[in-house]
Design a protein around this ligand. Sequence first.
Ligand code: AHR
Length: 499
Amino acid sequence: MTTITLHPDFRVGPVDRRVFGSFVEHLGRCVYTGIYEPGHTTADEHGFRRDVADLTKELGVTMLRYPGGNFVSNYTWEDGVGPVEARKPFLDLAWRTVEPNTVGTDEFLQYCEREGIEPMMAVNLGTRGIDAAVALLEYCNGEAGTRWADMRIANGREKPYGVKLWCLGNEMDGPWQIGHKDAHEYGKLAAATGRAMRQVDPSIELVACGSSSMMMETFGEWERTVLSYCYDVVDHISMHAYYEELDGDRASFLGSGTAMSTFIERVAASADAIGAQRRSDKEITISFDEWNVWYLVSRFPGEANLPVQRDAPRIIEDRYSGLDAVVVGDLIISLLAHADRVAVGCLAQLVNVIAPIMTEPGGAAWRQTTFHPFATAARLAQGEALQVQVDAPSFATAKHGDVPAVTAAATVDTATGALALFVTNRTAEERTVTLRHPGATARLDGGTAVLADHEGPREEQAAAEAYGMVDALPVEHGDGVITLRLAPESWTAFHGTLA
Ligand code: AHR
């Protein structure tokens, strides 16, 4: 027996729309032949592919993180501004790829502006530091009359970009990171950089690097040490997590959302412990600025094994299955259920690189299976996240212990009463769920679902395009309860009203 109980007055908190962000890194074909391909039949006058921009709009992406990722930790941003013909290529050590510097800060920020997407910038705290970070911030947000702002103006952009969100480096806890640091070194540098950046623009929001995954040996201690230096300076701490099915362990993979929730709760607890020690009223929120399904262990040879390449090589172009789509939907449930703590989320990445959108150079752009749950949730999850009580049986997994068979998150737009209810059935049987709404009036008007299958990754465009949302199984409205049926291994988004 599974029940879900909802009431419009029991809320987690407002859903920050930035939770539906994504990520554009100079990696493989995310930028070149991804968002940008002059000469493509759909390219606009700036060289950006309209077909990709249209799919990004349909995906509902609210925010884009840029320019990395591991790339940022050896990036000289000054090489990517000014007249394009004068820009010099450099060898990016993170992905061992020659970066032509054709797209840089101005091209990216103007793209975001044209597309109505908020940018999130990262500064290089690997090979560089305070000086370069402050200069980049001044270049982006400064008013005329100082060196870097004047350089932006000379490069053809009068008005400051007003970039609000800034990452203080990327995955600095990871030994693979160029300029990797221990928690003390990074914490001090991040605090000093953040303080200096606030002198340029006090209105910015700053993200300190948290752990690259919950499996890092330094996890916990890293957050504690870094925040002991940065607590007063930063607004958010970052989290990164990638999930995959390993050794045919489907049960653990389907339970990934539970691992994500545990991770969020542990990071929040680590931040709160520092806050308590300091008797601080401030709450550090979470920037989950990289999350996705990534066949990192099973399909990726590792950065160090990549040959040096040029011309936008095909790196980490994972193809996704129906099962991956269900897990992505379930991960979104975890983010929404923690709406009080998670302020920012970035599905990593946007195009070609572990992405919901694929392209061929000079050819088509299409949706991967994982596109569908993200687009559906981004469209429907409006207003306040509700506290959803799920009473469901659990099943055992090798990686995450016992996990619930059914997970759910809900949002309600308090002005209109529009309800969205997202539910995952992680088991191989169809499940009946009783939806209780004591003291409130609820209706479900319909729903759509993604279904897992046993077909494996949909390698070809046609196979990916054959996959999509299907109608949810019919619901029945009874006296004070609604009965839902969930297809086996499915993620369903219902829409209706709750008041
Ligand atoms: O998203 C791919 C890579 O994963 C990013 O560059 C890095 O931050 C993470 O390890």
